[in-house]
Design a protein. Structure first.
Length: 284
């Protein structure tokens, strides 16, 4: 509770794109202090969603993911395995987990997700130490009888392990494509290869989004009420974001060939300025 109080009391830091790997909903990314490209993992826009950070204190391997409760049972083992994939996973040190996000929403979706995450982590064979719990009731503020999350986003510094409140202007690369995959119902996936220091996107496939034209004709209120888990608590850009994602899904009803030529992943690497740059796919 003390950690939650300190985190809530911080002011929000604007995190620039240099050295940042931004994680969208239903994505996970894992790396360690040895990474020469990535120094910060972060995610925001969590209303009923939770942002999970799992870290091994021995080798510093750190995983950040943005969970929305679609399949927590499958997601927690993915998070665990991503940390175990670092070969110098030595006996010294321990696994520490930090859970942030959610609020006291009407439909109790946050509460349900908190409960799922805690019980799934509890079910793992390894000892996992819960260090930060700033979720649901502990992340709730009330205004005119409406509830809102206090913290919408966090970042973690890979080298120092510091976790702080954050917001991000740059959510790329391929922000719309990644958002479209999640909106079209894609499962949790890992997006980063720490060995090659490359962000790998795709190839994804999805089926045409049902009634996409109908949704695009609706006004903001309808979109908010039907496509959000918590209409009153969404950040101001939510509707625009959903609209542009729907437009993207309309434009690419089946993405395999149009977005992934030769059915190959899109690869990105940080350049000398710490910004993402597209690299040509292997064998091309």
């Amino acid at each position: 509770q003390e950690r939650a109080r300190l985190l809530r009391g911080q002011s929000v830091q604007q995190v620039g794109p240099q050295g940042l790997l931004y994680v969208q909903q239903r994505e996970l990314a894992v790396t360690s202090p040895k990474d020469g490209s990535i120094s910060i993992l972060g995610s925001d826009d969590a209303t009923t969603c939770h942002i999970v950070v799992l870290r091994h204190t021995g080798n510093g391997a750190t995983c950040l993911t943005h969970c929305d409760g679609t399949d927590t049972k499958a997601e927690v083992p993915l998070i665990m395995n991503s940390i175990k994939s670092f070969s110098d996973h030595t006996q010294c040190g321990r696994l520490e987990v930090h859970l942030v996000g959610g609020f006291s929403d009407d439909r109790q979706l946050s509460q349900k997700l908190t409960h799922q995450l805690l019980s799934e982590f509890d079910r793992q064979e390894e000892d996992i130490h819960l260090v930060t719990l700033c979720v649901t009731e502990l992340n709730d503020r009330e205004e005119n009888e409406n509830h809102f999350p206090i913290i919408y986003g966090i970042a973690v510094d890979i080298k120092t392990a510091e976790i702080y409140r954050a917001s991000f202007q740059d959510r790329g690369p391929e922000e719309e494509l990644r958002a479209a995959r999640a909106l079209a119902g894609g499962p949790m996936i890992s997006i980063y290869d720490a060995k090659t220091e490359q962000l790998r996107i795709g190839p994804y496939s999805w089926t045409p989004f049902p009634h996409v034209d109908f949704w695009l004709q609706q006004d903001d209120k309808q979109i908010l009420e039907n496509l959000s888990t918590s209409p009153l608590a969404e950040p101001p850009h939510f509707v625009d974001h959903i609209r542009s994602t729907l437009m993207f899904l309309k434009k690419h009803p089946s993405p395999t060939n149009s977005l992934f030529p030769g059915n190959k992943a899109l690869l990105y690497k940080k350049n000398e300025d710490g910004l993402w740059e597209k690299i040509s796919s292997p064998g091309s």
